[in-house]
Write a protein that binds this ligand. Sequence first.
Ligand code: C2E
Ligand code: CA
Ligand code: CA
Length: 244
Amino acid sequence: HEYFMVYQPVYEVAKMEITSYEALIRWESPVIGAISPAEFIPLLEENDLIIPVGRWILRQVATQIKEWEKEGQTDFRIATNISVKQMMHPDFLNNVKSIIEETNVSPKRLIFEITESVAVQNSGLATAILAELNELGVQTSLDDFGTGYSSLSILKLLPIQQLKVDRSFIIEMEQNEEKSLVILQGILDIAKNLGLVTVMEGVETPEQLELLKSMGAQKVQGYLISRPVVAELAIELRNQDWKY
Ligand code: C2E
Ligand code: CA
Ligand code: CA
């Protein structure tokens, strides 16, 4: 009972609205304090605990969606991070289906975020699982693009609807790295022409947002809009009159 979920808004530039959220796990230990998911998720993966914890996360997210719907919210999605080991586990799809059935959540409200490492492991299986998720109505999103290998062929290979561009581009942009800007523009253009929605991660200042808008970024996420916050605060942010 030391885990809980927080939700970070994703802002859609054209609509000037928060249209989705990313669910992020938090661990607050009374003994050792707050531990970053970047630290403990790899450990959960190592000892297979990511399977039950991953199931718990999905159930939390599905329950949250139902709750927000009950409060009258419409037209939103929640993206959940799915670790490689979790997705490649033989029970994964069955777990997803049973959580959808048990909670009665609409699959169209769900986005699953995966990293390219899934495709590196076993691209045939990964493609089949992602396709089946799409079949269920769950959207799929490629996370942290621009780090690691980021091969363009992966965009052809994997059935995904969304591309999340890593925060490292923003950092390099700030350092006036001309090459980074050119590459970022290339990624945004390729994604758009492939029919993928782009989400820019780690947007912290209005200046960054303006530049990204001019480059054609469709969705942005980052401290400028909001840090990840508990559900009650996250949903209140939707009612704000956004000017960006
Ligand atoms: P990620 O999926 O790339 O998540 C984005 C991370 O960037 C989050 O860190 C978020 O708090 C942080 N972030 C968002 N906006 C900004 C910004 O404007 N500036 C800066 N500096 N950072 C920003 P967090 O929550 O610590 O998560 C770290 C990583 O842990 C995640 O990276 C993800 O790989 C993993 N993770 C978190 N929650 C879960 C989960 O529920 N399941 C799984 N499998 N992995 C998770
Ligand atoms: Ca993510
Ligand atoms: Ca990311």
